[in-house]
Design a protein. Structure first.
Length: 389
């Protein structure tokens, strides 16, 4: 019975650690990818926040002052966007081209590249384009091929431009139009802008600051102090991709349900094991009481045995869980359907602090309930127990 109880504790502990690590891994991976696409906070024209087209944001001293004086901003980078049609022999597709300054701090985008690489951005402007996998598959476009872009404007005929596909990536989420990434200068040139005019700014919030609070301060300052022609507004990534973050929140419920179920399973097994140990040693309890040992000392004996079982189970469960998590982290053995889960393999985030918290709460709760269950010792009468076979 002690072996069964140890296994139950080990399995329950392992499942809780793995569940917490996977849920946190999902949140971390998807949030990182979203922030690579749109950063913590985006400042752009209010009328184009959810649209494919953007209005130009020109250099303005009041905007510079607002950004410089708003507390909580770690860094900001400009971006530029333009919608167009990509055409190949297989057909056409509408896309939005997003130009960025560099890909140095966009690790999630780099990791989502399926073939090729991200655009190389240096002193010399290169007409390279990173396109979504679904667009590349639909139009039968391969890495290294040159594609034709039709840019719709006010002219009677669309402007034509050719760019080289440097890579394909798996986009996150479901959007009306696929986003392609390139050098910001390519988009500025296509839009007829100078090198200071952009579509907006992407802001990284400093550690220790809340995204919503910084956004509120920015919007207040933009409303009261900005004197440019654009109607600028700040929006967080959580608001911009609210459907994805709402989906992530459902994982918290799943995590809690699994944790509660595993705790109940371990608890019932431990209580069963404790009761069996008590019943098997009823005669011993009666003899110890007859010799003058009080109830609390006898309970300590059984609780010590229970603590040994719990400790052994938690140790085995942690070791098993961490080994599995490390295998998944470095090999990606368990794959996922990226169209449904936004990632192509199960992401994990191993945090020793979280594991210690889970272990401490798990062990403390079980031992506390076992302490209550061990009160049955006080109900054993020595005169009856010594006769027990």
């Amino acid at each position: 019975m002690t072996i069964i109880a140890s296994i139950a504790v080990a399995v329950s502990c392992a499942v809780m650690v793995i569940t917490a690590s996977v849920v946190k891994g999902f949140k971390k991976q998807i949030t990182s990818t979203i922030e690579d696409i749109s950063a913590d906070i985006t400042i752009t024209d209010l009328s184009t926040i959810y649209g494919a087209e953007t209005r130009p944001v020109e250099p303005n001293q009041s905007l510079s002052n607002i950004l410089a004086n708003t507390e909580g901003i770690e860094s900001l980078t400009p971006y530029a966007m333009r919608s167009c049609i990509i055409r190949s022999e297989q057909g056409t597709a509408g896309i939005v081209i997003k130009g960025v300054v560099n890909f140095d701090n966009r690790d999630a985008i780099a990791q989502s590249v399926i073939e090729g690489s991200v655009p190389q951005i240096g002193k010399q402007r290169r007409k390279e384009l990173l396109i979504a996998e679904d667009v590349a598959t639909k139009l039968n476009i391969g890495v290294g091929e040159r594609i034709e872009l039709l840019q719709l404007g006010t002219e009677a005929f669309p402007e034509r431009e050719t760019m080289k596909v440097c890579g394909t990536y798996h986009p996150i989420g479901s959007f009306p139009v696929s986003v392609a990434m390139t050098d910001i200068r390519n988009v500025q040139k296509s839009n007829g802008w100078d090198d200071q005019t952009v579509s907006g700014y992407e802001i990284t919030v400093a550690e220790g600051y809340d995204n919503d609070e910084v956004t509120d301060r920015l919007n207040t300052a933009l409303f009261e102090q900005y004197d440019g022609s654009a109607n600028l507004s700040a929006i967080t990534a959580q608001e911009l991709y609210s459907n994805i973050f709402a989906w992530l929140e459902t994982h918290n419920i799943n995590e809690r349900v699994i944790t509660i179920i595993m705790f109940i399973v371990a608890l019932f097994n431990m209580i069963t094991a404790l009761l069996i140990m008590l019943f098997e040693r009823t005669k011993m309890v009666g003899i110890l009481k007859s010799l003058g040992m009080n109830n609390s000392k006898i309970r300590e004996i059984f609780l010590y045995q229970a603590a040994t079982i719990v400790g052994r189970g938690i140790t085995i469960g942690n070791a098993f869980a961490i080994v599995l998590l490390l295998i998944q982290k470095y090999t990606g053995a368990i794959k996922l359907d990226a169209t449904a889960y936004f990632v192509n393999q199960v992401p994990v985030s191993i945090n020793i602090g979280d594991i210690l918290i889970i272990n401490t709460i798990f062990a403390a709760a079980i031992l506390a309930l076992l302490f209550a269950a061990s009160a049955i010792v006080s109900r054993i009468e020595p005169s009856e127990a010594v006769k027990y076979e």
